[in-house]
Design a protein around this ligand. Structure first.
Ligand code: NAP
Length: 271
């Protein structure tokens, strides 16, 4: 079991939809949080608002960092180390989305996506896990996506980053479990957060409709299930019913899943 009460937890992407829910729910558990995101102003405003609503737990620090390169990840690690507090749990949650056919997305955009969604969690895990191994205690949580199990049209880059994060999590799990360090990868279906309004490009960007919000999940519920999985030291967490079903189909009925995916693609295309 991973204890959340009084645990020191670093959350990246803390100002985003899932990040705010993680902040709120972890404070309710009594955790001690270090929040990180791109904008310090947004972090401080969010911290103030949530702390007015939740009186348990503690926000130790808000650290603004751009995680889209090695230097940004190193800076975050150095700033956390300067606090002189050991991180018990690292939640790699920061991420970006984009939508479009592989060749119609500007290369700098999808390369940045790979940096933030895949390389940043790998870099931060590498930095923090060394301390966790020394302490024989810690937990790395990677927010992947259901796109780490099944790739939809227009999401090749995003899926590549999230499949990568799944593979990294599985490998890391095997490497650090003997040191009492846990790894959890989380695979949510579409959820109602700002990422659903990500940039769209080219042909596919113009023929697909906005994602129907009625099909998207409640981020509060998704993060509640995520934290249950973390407490139970689960390697793979499917935090909503769609995610559970799709990974089941992917494993046992992949042809049926392909058929359903084609039907969903058709439904989402503008007539
Ligand atoms: P979100 O609201 O857009 O949050 C993402 C956060 O990451 C934002 O606060 C964003 O900051 C931050 N971020 C982006 N680029 C960054 C960078 N270079 N350095 C540091 N932080 C950066 O989206 P979300 O849904 O909460 O996403 C959280 C995680 O869940 C992501 O990894 C996403 O891929 C994953 N996920 C989401 C869904 C979904 O449907 N919501 C489903 C499956 C998985 P700014 O807002 O300032 O850009």
């Amino acid at each position: 079991m991973t204890q959340l009460e009084k645990a020191v937890i670093l959350i990246t992407g803390a100002s985003g939809g899932f990040g705010q829910e993680l902040t709120r729910q972890l404070l309710e558990y009594g955790s001690r949080l270090i929040l990180s995101d791109l904008s310090e102003a947004a972090l401080l405003k969010q911290a103030q608002t949530i702390q007015q609503q939740v009186t348990t737990g503690e926000i130790i620090a808000c650290i603004a960092c751009d995680l889209s390169d090695l230097q940004g990840c190193q800076t975050l690690y150095d700033q956390v180390k300067a606090l002189n507090i050991s991180v018990d749990i690292l939640i790699n949650n920061a991420g970006i989305g984009l939508f479009g056919r592989m060749d119609e997305v500007p290369p700098d955009k999808w390369e940045q996506l790979m940096q933030v969604n895949l390389l940043a969690p790998m870099r931060l895990s590498t930095l923090f896990v060394a301390d966790m191994i020394t302490r024989r205690k810690g937990h790395i949580v990677n927010i992947s996506s259901l796109a780490g199990w099944a790739a939809l049209e227009g999401m090749a880059h995003y899926a590549a980053s999230k499949y990568g994060l799944r593979g990294f999590s599985e490998g890391l799990y095997s490497e650090v479990k003997t040191y009492n360090v846990q790894v959890t990868a989380v695979y949510p279906f579409f959820s109602r957060t700002p990422i659903l309004q990500s940039q769209r490009y080219g042909t596919l960007g113009s023929i697909y409709q906005d994602y129907p919000l009625s099909m998207a999940t409640d981020p509060a519920q998704v993060m509640r299930q995520t934290l249950k999985g973390v407490i139970n030291n689960q390697l793979h967490v499917f935090p909503d019913i769609t995610a559970k079903w799709i990974q089941f189909l992917k494993r046992y009925f992949p042809d049926l899943l392909d058929w359903l995916r084609e039907r969903l693609d058709k439904k989402l295309k503008k007539r």
